[in-house]
Design a protein around this ligand. Structure first.
Ligand code: NDP
Length: 240
């Protein structure tokens, strides 16, 4: 199947920011979106908004740190629509956590959400994609996966891991499955709330809207099946 129309697309972290923008954009272009996040109270109005606009969306409360929850999201898509075309593993956590502070809880949260969340997505969708003979993984990394800045060693480490795992997956995926990494730069989302440092906040003034990242996801999805967009970096023009 080429294009976006009628594709079944599951999105983690769809309750705000980039995931929410992707849900709106892709549903607006005819995809059947299956949305997951912990805050069901934000997913439900989003489903309503998409449905009122003539689109198709369902949602479930899930935590990507729990393997069975991620499996549940994929199962929901398959049971409701009979297949899954794309899994967007987008949920992510940011903590500015200088190593000297030894905030080991932050480290664990970042690893559990950003790395294990993506791995659980692979564990859930890979057997489905193999059985179908088609499927597309889209994993959200970051420009932090390309350039490390002080205070973000662990966050950057998790995003390097997302890129490494995605490339390994791509190599093992064979001729029928597609794997895309989307690496956003500074983007205006709920992420900003995690940044307390006034200097860093001021630098984030240049952030771009989440729709800019959603458009890159759409670009990867709409390519013909034999075209795999490997990685897209989308950052503010002014980001160094
Ligand atoms: P938001 O904070 O707006 O969105 C994060 C999303 O992830 C929310 O929907 C949140 O939902 C979900 N999420 C977080 N933890 C979990 C969890 N344990 N289980 C399920 N869902 C979870 O930020 P963004 O939209 O910016 O973030 C999306 C992705 O983009 C992340 O992977 C992030 O690393 C990446 N990114 C963002 C950048 C930016 O500047 N904004 C830059 C580079 C990368 P809920 O809380 O309801 O569970």
């Amino acid at each position: 199947m080429t294009g976006i129309q009628d594709k079944v697309i599951a999105i983690t972290g769809a309750s705000s920011g980039i995931g929410e923008a992707a849900a709106l954009l892709l549903a607006g272009r005819g995809a059947k979106v299956v949305l997951g996040a912990r805050r069901l109270e934000r997913l439900e109005p989003l489903v309503e908004r998409i449905t009122k606009a003539g689109g198709e969306a369902i949602a479930t409360r899930m935590d990507v740190r729990r393997r069975e929850d991620v499996a549940g999201l994929v199962r929901l898509a398959c049971e409701h629509h009979g297949r899954l075309d794309v899994l967007i593993s987008n949920a992510g956590s940011l903590a500015v956590s200088p190593l000297d502070d030894l905030r080991v809880d932050d480290w664990e949260e970042l690893v559990d959400t950003n790395i294990k969340g993506v791995l659980y997505g692979i564990a859930a969708a890979l057997p489905v994609f193999r059985k179908q003979g088609f499927g597309h993984f889209i994993n959200t990394a970051s420009t932090a996966a390309h350039r490390i800045v002080p205070g973000q060693a662990i966050y950057a480490g998790t995003k390097f891991a997302v890129r490494a795992i995605s490339e390994g997956l791509r190599q093992e995926a064979g001729a029928t499955l597609r794997v895309t990494v989307i690496s956003p730069g500074m983007t205006r989302t709920g992420f900003m709330e995690h940044v307390k440092d006034p200097e860093l906040r001021a630098r984030m003034e240049i952030a771009i809207p989440p729709d800019a990242i959603a458009r890159a996801m759409a670009f990867a999805i709409e390519q013909p099946p034999d075209v795999d967009v490997g990685e897209v970096i989308v950052r503010p023009t002014a980001q160094g």
